[in-house]
Write a protein that binds this ligand. Sequence first.
Ligand SMILES: [Zn+2]
Length: 315
Amino acid sequence: MFRHFTRTYATYKRFNNTTKSVNYYNLLHSRKTLYVGGGLIGFYIYNLHEAPYTHRRRFIWVPFWLGEKIGDYTYKQIMYQYGSQILPHSNPLYSKVSNVMNKLLQVSLNSEETHQKQFLKNLNWEINIINNDSLPPNAFILPNGKIFIFSSILRICQNDDGLATVLSHELSHQLAQHSNEQLSSQPIYMALSTILYTLTGVSWFNDLLINGVLTMPASREMESEADHIGCEILARACFDPKQSIYFWQRMNQAEKRLGGEANARLEWFSSHPATSRRIADIESWMPKLEQIKADSNCHSFYQFDEFHRNFFKRT
Ligand SMILES: [Zn+2]
C-alpha cells in the first residue's frame, strides 16, 4: 500500500525500513542485549547447585518455600482423593513405617552432605499409609515433608530393609530437590517448544523431541540419582544394602505379574529406568555401600546426636 504514496514519502519509508533493519542488527549487538544476555547467563550460573552425595551440578531457581507451597496444594488434592483410606496411627504398620523413616531422617538430616538442613528439620513431617491394595505399588514424598505410601507396595517391601529401600529412594528425591529441579526447567522447555513451533509449525513433533531428548532422560537421571543417594542413606542408617537388590527383584516380579495394561497405570515406573538396570547399578555400588555400613558404627547407632528426636511425635 505504500506504493500509492508520494515519492518523497516512499523515500522516507525506505529510509525508515533501512533504519529498522539497522535497529534489528543493532539490537543483537546493543548494550541492552548484552546486559540481558549477560544477566541470564549470570542468573543461570548463580542458580547452579550441586546435588548432595553425587555432586551433580544442575540449574534450580525455584526456592524451597515455593516447592513447599506447591507441596501444600498437592497435599490437599491427595487428601481429598485418598483421605478416607488412610490407616490410623494406631495401626502397627504405621509404627513400622515411622520407625524406618525416622532412622533415615535422623541420618540424612545430620549428614554433612545434606543441604538446607534447618529447612528440612523444620518441616512438618507426616506419614500417610493409603490402605488400598488395588492401587498400583507407589510411594512419594511431597516437598512439604508429607509422605505417602500405598499398602500395595508394603507387601513387596516384606521387611524393614525393603521398606528402607523405598523410603530412602523417595527421601532422596526430596534431599536432591528433584521436584524444584523439574519445575526450574519447565520455562526453558516451554521457550524451546515455542521456538521449535515457530520454525516447524508442528507441535506434536516438538513435544516428542523435547520429551525424548530432554524431559525423560532428565527424569531417568534423577531416578538413578535417587537410587544412588537412597542406598547410601540406608547403608548409613544401618539397613542392609543387599536387601535393596532383593526388593527390586520382587518389584520386577510384581511388574511382570501386573503386566501390560496395568503397567500403564504404574506411575512409579513411568519415567524410571528399567528395574534390571537399577539392580545392576546397585550391585555395582555394593562394595562402597558395605563399606559405608561398616564405617557407620552400627552397634552404637543410638549415639547419634539427634537420634532420639522423633519426627512423627505429633501422633
Ligand atoms: Zn523415584
